[in-house]
Design a protein around this ligand. Structure first.
Ligand SMILES: Cc1cc2nc3c(=O)[nH]c(=O)nc-3n(C[C@H](O)[C@H](O)[C@H](O)COP(=O)(O)O)c2cc1C
Length: 225
């Protein structure tokens, strides 16, 4: 529905699946909101387990705003209240089991989708077009509509089936982005490593952000002298 008096809402869809790495999702969400983007959020059933394990937060469909605010405020080092809680008016949440939700249709005006973190199960589901839940269905829709799809896979090592599925995703037009932080951007804290991966996911989606220091061509030793 068009915003009264404004342009129609065109959200980025963020799918959070049940791989380790819920701080990556929080960093992507904070940066999208800071960039003035609207966001549709889908949190898989398994992601609720990883979120509980990694943060102690139970993500409840009925109280998603409150739970998301706690999640986004939390630093990757576990400190609550590290980040100011952004206004969540730009966020719409869809239960993962709601296959009739807006993003399940190609006519829904999404900009694209970032799956962060992406489990190997979701990678398989998306690559095979299984559409077992709203996250997988929305990713399939994103591909068929030729919209940007970024898949931040988190698993190590990778078996051959997953490697083939990642290749299939690349061939279908997705950006496969291993959640693999780099250490050249002056990282000193765990949050820097998280922000690097989140920033690369946003680079792939074409969203402006200031999450990490870009490579300038000068080696670290030269930077410090
Ligand atoms: C604490 C915890 C951590 C997990 N970490 C990973 C992981 O890093 N990568 C992965 O592919 N699966 C991981 N899994 C397994 C997935 O959650 C499982 O395959 C699940 O079926 C994924 O479902 P989804 O893709 O629908 O979210 C983890 C599970 C738990 C409980």
């Amino acid at each position: 529905m068009p915003a009264p008096g404004g342009p129609p809402r065109r959200p980025w869809i963020v799918g959070v699946s049940g791989a380790s790495g819920t701080p990556y999702a929080a960093a992507v969400l904070r940066a999208l909101l800071a960039a003035g983007q609207s966001v549709d959020l889908v949190v898989s059933r398994a992601a609720r387990l990883t979120l509980l394990d990694e943060t102690g937060i139970s993500f409840r469909d009925a109280h998603w705003r409150e739970d998301l605010a706690r999640w986004l405020a939390r630093g990757a080092d576990g400190k609550p209240g590290t980040f100011p809680v952004p206004g969540l008016d730009a966020v719409r949440h869809w239960p993962a089991g709601d296959l009739g939700a807006g993003p399940s249709s190609g006519s829904y005006p999404a900009r694209g989708m970032i799956v962060v973190p992406a489990s190997t199960a979701s990678v398989a589901g998306i690559a095979l077009g299984l559409s077992k839940d709203l996250l997988q269905r929305t990713a399939s829709v994103t591909l068929k509509e030729r919209r940007p799809l970024v898949v931040a896979v988190r698993e190590t090592p990778l078996n051959r089936a997953t490697l083939k599925q990642l290749l299939a995703l690349d061939e279908a037009g997705a950006v496969v982005l291993p959640a693999s932080p780099a250490f050249y951007a002056g990282a000193t804290h765990i949050q820097d490593l998280v922000d690097f991966v989140a920033g690369r996911a946003l680079d792939a989606a074409g969203v402006e952000h200031g999450l990490y220091r870009r490579w300038s061509g000068e080696l670290g030793a030269a930077r410090q002298s």
